[in-house]
Design a protein around this ligand. Structure first.
Ligand SMILES: Nc1ncnc2c1ncn2[C@@H]1O[C@H](COP(=O)(O)OP(=O)(O)OP(=O)(O)O)[C@@H](O)[C@H]1O
Ligand SMILES: [Mg+2]
Length: 255
């Protein structure tokens, strides 16, 4: 069974003034297998954030449905939603979304605190994770005292600490310099090699070339997908760039 099954998603936004309608998603279908690392690309306005918000159950589709682990998101009751998100989904955002008045450690613990876990147990889980992410020695610092790359690794720790079914990332390298991006991408690769399923929206060809598969959205539909297969990251980089060029010209991909 697929971990994530997205079928015929449509999302129409109705604007407040004049009742204008925008069809952000027309008909999006795809599935993600357990352990996959999938990137989603597409021009600005192609519906990437809309899609991610629906997958995160932060927004509802106009029609179509999303199954996570076989369970339709639409069947989760409103009062169970926060707990569902916390236990099943990990989030990484472009702007880190850390709380400035909390130390890095407390930021990472937040989902576990909300879930009512004991401090000793939280510490036990954090130790190895923080070491692996290279933030073991800065956990008592505050977000404003560390670099962007360190903040993002802290956000990744917060996403992983609940052992989620899937990590959803929206432009995770968008605010990082190239060295910090490379480090984060290496980390995502390692985490994925350990079995973590990742779905990442990105504008970066380099970031997308790390994934096993890239989905291209255009005009609210999945227009094309590229599997990395046995190709190297450099080869995949070239294929993604070519596809984006065709996309930008409004032509048809021929693979
Ligand atoms: N709340 C909203 N109300 C009305 N229209 C919206 C709303 N959110 C998004 N849209 C529209 O839906 C379309 C898709 O937007 P979306 O934010 O999903 O694009 P995106 O692919 O994430 O773009 P970007 O790469 O710039 O982040 C756009 O035309 C956008 O203007
Ligand atoms: Mg967006």
């Amino acid at each position: 069974m697929s971990l994530l099954e997205v079928s015929h998603l449509q999302k129409i936004y109705t604007t407040r003034f004049g009742g204008n309608q925008v069809e952000a998603l027309k008909n999006v279908s795809f599935s993600v297998e357990p352990g996959e690392y999938v990137a989603i690309m597409g021009e600005s306005g192609s519906g990437k954030t809309t899609l991610l918000n629906i997958l995160a159950a932060l927004d509802k589709p106009t029609s179509g449905q999303v199954l996570l682990g076989g369970k339709p998101l639409s069947e989760i009751r409103e009062r169970d939603m926060a707990a569902f998100r916390r236990t099943n989904l990990g989030f990484v955002f472009q702007d880190f979304n850390l709380l400035d008045t909390f130390s890095l450690q407390d930021n990472i613990f937040l989902p576990l605190v909300l879930a009512g876990q004991e401090f000793g147990e939280m510490e036990r889980v954090l130790g190895p994770l923080a070491e692996r992410l290279g933030i073991g020695d800065i956990l008592s610092k505050y977000p404003y005292e560390v670099s962007g790359g360190q903040k993002q690794r802290c956000a990744v720790a917060r996403a992983l600490i609940t052992n989620p079914q899937i990590v959803l990332a929206d432009e995770p390298t968008g605010a990082l310099d190239s060295r910090a991006s490379d480090r984060l991408l290496d980390l995502f690769g390692e985490i994925n090699a350990d079995g973590q399923t990742i779905l990442m929206v990105t504008h970066s060809v380099k970031a997308a070339s790390h994934a096993q598969r890239v989905l291209f959205l255009r005009d609210g539909e999945v227009y094309h997908q590229l599997y990395r297969g046995e190709s190297t990251q450099e080869e995949q980089f070239g294929r993604i760039s070519d596809t984006l060029t065709v996309l930008a010209r409004g032509g048809e991909a021929n693979e």
